[in-house]
Ligand binder design. Sequence first.
Ligand SMILES: C[S@@+](CC[C@H](N)C(=O)[O-])C[C@H]1O[C@@H](n2cnc3c(N)ncnc32)[C@H](O)[C@@H]1O
Length: 224
Amino acid sequence: MFKTIALIFFISLPTFARQAISGNRYQLLSGVRKQKESIQFWDKKFAGEDYLYGKAPAKFLAENYGYIPLASKVLDVGMGEGRNTVFLARKGYNVTGVDISAIAVRKARRLAAEHGIRINAVVSSMEDFKGEKSSFDAILVFYYVDRELNKKLIEWLKPGGILIYESHTKKQKTLAGNEKYEDKYLLKELELLSMFPDLRVLKFEEPLHRGEFTSSIILQKPLR
Ligand SMILES: C[S@@+](CC[C@H](N)C(=O)[O-])C[C@H]1O[C@@H](n2cnc3c(N)ncnc32)[C@H](O)[C@@H]1O
């Protein structure tokens, strides 16, 4: 069952979460592990009662979800504890969140229940997830850099579908505690602009003034 290598992604904590976990602000979470180790690694990270990345959605998503057609079908890749999945579900989207950590998925379901809604929450590695071709109106990829998955993401998108992608750039390594952050889990500066050459760029942001170094993009799959 554990046939593929699972990728672990470093995520430095979003600003709101980091405020709550000072002293541990830019903890390094990266590394490549076998899938079984990946599950153990993330289950341990998510074991506490707190929501590691908070319950509020990523700012870029909250500001830009209007790019996604109303009430449409969305996939959240590596959804973690569900902050983005639940946000979109509350807005009326039909969201499927996938994560390798059963603990994260349980917490995502709990967050949905707190808001009186249900989400489609799947415990699976993305390597094993069987998305159907042209089945999603939008796909979210937040702090989950696996370039080998990119081809599948495009396949799973419907023509005209929207891809929203955000993660850290290599500049993040300049922040104390992040020095050993592995390059393969970081985006090169401006890399997102050329990562999906067949998709149309609708919006791109790579701010240098927010205390952490992120790159965010919204892309659209051509209609034909
Ligand atoms: C840094 S977290 C980001 C969570 C969420 N996207 C967010 O922004 O709050 C990365 C997530 O990827 C999940 N993950 C790691 N390897 C995975 C894999 N191979 N397949 C599916 N999920 C995976 C982890 O369990 C974790 O929840």
